[in-house]
Design a protein around this ligand. Structure first.
Ligand SMILES: [Cu+2]
Length: 222
């Protein structure tokens, strides 16, 4: 069962495990309840001599039919929450230390990737902005500061298992570490206007040496 794009991120497997946990729990109950529904529909269909019964739902047994499943749902929900909390903490909790910092500006309808350059500061002379192409090294955490100039967008890296809404007027930091060199799609996952579907970018994950070469090429003076 391989429904997801290839995972190339350090925390991708945790996200996938969470997806499958929810998938199997919900899938089991879906089949069980739909099966029961189908069975009851056939078993208690209109037949000569079979009279309908008026159920008030006020005896202990009848109340239990509602309360017991409610408690089971609650317990499973708390179990999913507990499993999710650990993953949430990894991804949204403390950001790992890193040298690689990019500012991603979403606008109708593309992505501006801004690098601070050798001085490590944004809004200076040596900044460099590239449209729709995010260059990163593998095996190093990348910190991206997300901004929007117009409407709400969503920064979606399917192969990295990262999706974060971007709100105008706010800066939101995310991080990820790519484990395999390659080019991976970046999509906008929030309907943001007529050109939403064209809002595509690429995550270009370089090997350490290739990334160094790209930095040299981009800022030759340094
Ligand atoms: Cu968008």
């Amino acid at each position: 069962m391989n429904w997801f794009p290839e995972n190339v991120s350090t925390y991708g497997a945790d996200i996938d495990a969470l997806f499958y946990l929810i998938y199997y729990i919900v899938g089991f109950w879906f089949l069980l309840t739909e099966g029961a529904l189908l069975y009851f529909v056939l078993r208690y269909r209109r037949r000569p001599g079979q009279r309908a019964e008026y159920v008030r739902g006020d005896t202990a047994t009848q109340v239990a039919w509602v309360l017991v499943p409610a408690v089971i749902v609650l317990i499973l929900d708390l179990g999913i929450d507990a499993a999710g909390a650990r993953v949430w903490e990894t991804i949204k909790g403390e950001m790992p230390e890193t040298e690689i910092h990019v500012r991603v500006t979403a606008k109708q309808f593309n992505w501006d990737m801004t690098y601070p350059g050798p001085d490590g500061k944004f809004d200076t002379e040596d900044d460099r902005t590239i449209e729709n192409m995010l260059h990163v090294p593998v095996n190093q955490p990348v910190r991206a500061t997300l901004r929007a100039t117009d409407v709400i967008h969503s920064f979606f890296l399917p192969h990295v298992r990262l999706k974060q809404d971007i709100l105008p007027g706010r800066e939101i930091d995310v991080w990820f570490t790519v484990t395999k060199p390659g080019e991976y799609e970046i999509a906008c996952a929030e309907l943001c206007g007529f050109g939403h579907y064209t809002m595509q970018g690429w995550l270009n994950a370089h090997s350490e040496a290739d990334y160094e070469a790209w930095v040299q090429e981009s800022w030759p003076a340094a």
